[in-house]
Design a protein around this ligand. Structure first.
Ligand SMILES: Cc1cc2nc3c(=O)[nH]c(=O)nc-3n(C[C@H](O)[C@H](O)[C@H](O)COP(=O)(O)OP(=O)(O)OC[C@H]3O[C@@H](n4cnc5c(N)ncnc54)[C@H](O)[C@@H]3O)c2cc1C
Length: 335
């Protein structure tokens, strides 16, 4: 064990903890997770957490993007099949995507051949939400509630000997002597840690309401409006997409717009008690960065820039990153 490689994972959002979990299951390495923030203080905890990639989520090629999405789906399904899934905050439900404009706007070609059930809506299904919606797609999917998944994963990591440290990493050089390999899962933090100006915040704001009766997800035109159920009876209402905005303050006007659109889409929500609001900055990058780099003498595998789809795709990108990292260790390659 003393000769075991020392691996650091920077970041404790859904990406960092999933990388650490996969590493812990597949190596005898000494693993340390270092992060400035954990659990409710991460962007991951703000996410609605629905498995629903969109065409703005991109890897370096179409094939790799598809692989990441497919591997992610199967990873979440594997947890869903275990008795642990409620503790991990993972459950399955149906999702109705509506449009007043076109059928095409409701389609999701990335998952049409992946999820167990995917079809164009019938007139009956269109009428579930009242008369205005003209087009729709309907599919089965899962939600990963990070308010459960992050502490559940963190606990398993600790139980399996992974060291967890709360600390801001100021530079790769500052930790270079401590590790043989480092995974950089810092989300928007990569903008500062690696000076990567291609990582751009997309501001999001959501409301949490008490709606234990809500058992399906609903999207309005162009996914600007969404209503996602929670395993705990709390629904997430959204949304907002503020490109290049660093503002993490709650905005009451945006909240009012979210309520108006969600109530129009699903009128029974008007009676749901409002429990609070959250704001988060999605770490967007035109191409999600999963690749190795030699920084000084330190081998780094980057895994960041998942934008609005990091909960959906964390496992596929994490598996890809871990394979790159373990190959580097096996071949003792400096890159
Ligand atoms: C309103 C909203 C709704 C969303 N809904 C969904 C959804 O339904 N489905 C979906 O798939 N995605 C959704 N997302 C997107 C999702 O939240 C992100 O893609 C995902 O959380 C990114 O995860 P991450 O681990 O990369 O980043 P984060 O959760 O931000 O974690 C980054 C980690 O790195 C640490 N860190 C950063 N810099 C440093 C440093 N220098 N030193 C030490 N630690 C550092 C941070 O402290 C943190 O622990 C939503 C986002 C928002 C804002």
């Amino acid at each position: 064990m003393d000769n075991a490689p020392r691996i650091g994972v920077i970041g404790a959002g859904v990406v960092g903890l999933t990388v650490a979990d996969i590493l812990q299951k597949n190596t005898k390495a000494k693993i340390t997770v270092i992060a400035e923030t954990f659990r409710e203080d991460t962007v991951s905890s703000v996410a609605a957490g629905i498995f629903r990639p969109a065409s703005t989520f991109k890897g370096p090629s179409k094939e790799i993007t598809k692989k990441w999405i497919h591997d992610s789906w199967h990873y979440w399904q594997d947890i869903l099949r275990t008795p642990e899934s409620p503790k991990a905050g993972i459950f399955s439900f149906n999702c109705y995507v509506y449009s007043t404009k076109s059928y095409e706007a409701t389609r999701n070609r990335l998952i049409e051949d992946l999820v167990p059930y995917y079809k164009q809506m019938s007139d009956d299904e269109l009428n579930i939400v009242g008369g205005q919606q003209k087009y729709g797609s309907f599919f089965s999917t899962v939600k990963i509630g990070c308010d459960s998944y992050l502490p559940w994963t963190e606990k398993r990591l600790k139980n399996n000997g992974v060291k967890i440290i709360q600390e801001k990493v100021e530079s790769f050089a500052s930790i270079a002597k401590k590790f043989d390999l480092v995974f950089n899962c810092t989300g928007l933090g990569a903008r500062y840690l690696c000076g990567d100006e291609d990582v751009i915040p997309i501001r999001g704001q959501i409301a949490k309401v008490k709606a234990p009766w809500l058992k399906a997800a609903f999207y309005g035109d162009f996914a600007d409006t969404y209503i996602i159920p929670g395993i705990d009876g709390l629904a997430t209402l959204g949304g907002v997409r503020g490109y290049d905005s660093y503002n993490t303050e709650f905005n009451k006007h945006e909240a009012a717009a979210i309520f108006e659109r969600c109530y129009n889409l699903l009128p029974p929500l008007r009676k749901a008690e409002v429990l609070g609001h959250r704001v988060g900055l999605r770490p967007h990058r035109a191409v999600v960065r999963v690749e190795p780099e030699l920084v000084g003498d330190l081998r780094v595998v980057h895994c960041y820039g998942h934008g609005g789809y990091g909960v959906t795709t964390a496992p596929g990108t994490a598996l890809y990153a871990v394979n790159i990292g373990l190959d580097l260790l096996k071949t003792n390659s400096k890159l």
